[in-house]
Design a protein around this ligand. Sequence first.
Ligand SMILES: CSC[C@H]1O[C@H](OP(=O)(O)O)[C@H](O)[C@@H]1O
Length: 341
Amino acid sequence: MEAIRFKNDILYLLDQTKLPAEEVWIEYTDYRAAAEAIVTMVVRGAPAIGITAAYAYFLAAKEYSGQPAIQFSASMARARQKIASTRPTALNLFWALGRMDSVLERFGRSPSALPSLRAAAQEIHREDVEMNRAIGRFGAAVVPQGAGILTHCNAGALATGGYGTALGVIRAAHSQGKVSMVYADETRPLLQGARLTAYELVRDGIPTTLITDSMSGSLMRMGKIQMVVLGADRVAANGDFANKIGTYSVAVLAKHHGIPFYTAMPGSTIDLSLPSGEEIVIEQRNGREISHIRDIQLAPEGAILYNPAFDVTPHSLVTGIITDKGVVYPPFEENLRALFG
Ligand SMILES: CSC[C@H]1O[C@H](OP(=O)(O)O)[C@H](O)[C@@H]1O
C-alpha cells in the first residue's frame, strides 16, 4: 500500500480525505497545489509530508527552470517558503526541504540543479521505505508473544513512503506470529485511526478492533493491552515527542497500568536541536474539524472550539523509542545523540 507515487515528473497522491470509502488518486504538476494537499491533509503523516514537500520543491524548480539564474533563485526561495508554511509540527517537512536546499546550493541555486533535485526527492522517498522496514525489524523484537497492541492515529504506509513506522512494527511482529489483536483508536477529530489504520490493517489481514479514544483505559484495565506503539511528528533531544492529540492521555494511562509505551519514527523525525518538547510548535487547526463531520453539525454555534493537532508526551512516560537505527532506551538524550548526533 502507498499514498505517494511519482512518475514522468508527475506527483500522484492518494486522497486520504476520501478513505476508506473511495480510493481517488490526484495528479500534481504544480507545487502550489501539492503544498495545498499538505494543508488540507490529502496527504498527511510526518514522513509522507516530507516526501511530498521534496517532490513539490522539484516541481517548483521545473516550473522556474527556464528563468535566468538570479530570477530562478528568487523564485525557488518563494516556493520553498510556501511549502515550509504548510504545517509547522512535523520535522520531516523541514528536514526534506533542507535536503533539497543543499542540492540546490551545490549547483549555485541555478536551474542546472533540476536533474539532481528530481533524484534527491526520489531518494528521500526510497530511503523512507527502507527506514520503515528497519523500524519494523527492530520494533518486532520488543513485541511480546501473543500481544494485544494499542495504536493511535495512523502511522502506517499512508503516513509514510510505505510500510509504516508504528504499523511497520505491527506488520513485522504479525509476520512473526506475535500479534493477537491490534486495538486502533479511532482518533478524533479527523478519525485517522478509523479511516486509515483500520483500512490498512484489515487489508493486510491483521486482526484489528476499532475503538473510540475513550475506551483505551478500560481495555488496559481489563488486561487486553500488552504494548502501546504509535508514531511521532517531532522528537526532542531529551525524548519528549509530539504526536497526534490524545497520545499524551494514552501514555499516562499506559504508565498507570504498567504497560510498555513505545513511539516509532525514522531519524528524519528526530530534532536534536530542541532540548525538550516544550519548544515544539503545535499546529492549531480549524475548529470546524471538531464541530462538524463532513458538514454534519455536531455542536451548537457559540461553543469555543479548541483543535490542537498534536500534544507533547514527556520522555518520562516513554519506555522506548523505536528508530531505523535501533530501539533507544533511557537516558534518551545520550542515546539519541549517539545514534543520530
Ligand atoms: C508516521 S508519522 C504519523 C503521525 O502523523 C499523524 O498526524 P497527521 O495525521 O495530522 O499528519 C499522527 O501524529 C501520526 O502519529
